[in-house]
Ligand binder design. Structure first.
Ligand code: DX5
Ligand code: ZN
Length: 214
């Protein structure tokens, strides 16, 4: 089943509980949590305390997107602070296989993320092991950027590989998702669609959610 994952980066940080509840009430069951370290990406978002505090407010799935250098040093703690799915950037580590092992040993779902400029070749050897692959459709670091349409080919290729090799990973996309780009990505095999500014900026979120999956 195709799903929309609201990115809480676009939420009102002073009213996170209110925003989460509002989205739960219209049927959201997975939240996307963007962690930025000001090193791997040119922006800083939030870390463990915020995740722990919202963990107490909802039982829904937390999908944590780590935009941090050397994720192997922190990934276990992210697993322990309430994330159900944890993804890391292939560009941020020399120890990708180890990161996946740590996430799985913690009983969580492991995902690998590719920046727009990174080719699928870089992660081919990881595809049998990961639970999901996140294709960045903007340069990571900020919400509200324009979808990079050349990434559609990458999504399609990932779907072809999955079918050919009978792999089980889900395909997630992140960045610039709106009604139009959501459909383009879903048509090419994307399962999980992260949506930040478009959904949070909508006056009628319920209707927008419906449109995003139509
Ligand atoms: C960007 C983040 C995204 C971001 C998406 O680095 O990983 O999750 O919040 O926001 P929109 O949907 O506004 O592009
Ligand atoms: Zn993200």
């Amino acid at each position: 089943m195709k799903r929309i994952l609201p990115s809480i980066l676009s939420a009102d940080f002073g009213n996170l509980e209110r925003d989460i509840k509002e989205l739960e009430n219209i049927g959201i069951d997975m939240f996307h949590i963007d962690v930025m370290d000001g090193n791997f990406v040119p922006n800083i978002s939030f870390g463990f305390p915020i995740i722990e505090s919202i963990r107490n407010k909802t039982t829904k799935i937390f999908d944590c997107h780590l935009m941090i250098a050397n994720p192997e040093n922190y990934v276990e703690k992210f697993c322990k602070c309430g994330c159900d799915m944890v993804s890391f950037h292939i560009e941020a580590t020399n120890h990708a296989d180890r990161v996946i092992q740590i996430i799985k040993a913690a009983g969580k779902k492991a995902g690998v993320v590719l920046n727009p400029q990174t080719s699928l070749e870089q992660i081919k050897y990881l595809l049998p092991k990961v639970d999901y692959v996140l294709i960045m459709t903007v340069n990571p670091g900020f919400g509200g950027q324009k979808f990079i349409s050349e990434m559609l080919e990458k999504i399609e290729e990932l779907d072809v590989i999955r079918k050919e090799k009978k792999y089980n990973y889900l395909i997630e996309v992140d960045g610039g998702i709106n009604v139009e780009t959501s459909k383009l990505c879903r048509d090419r095999g994307a399962d999980l669609l992260v949506c930040g500014s478009f959904l949070f900026g909508a006056s009628d979120k319920k209707e927008t959610l419906h449109e995003l999956l139509k």
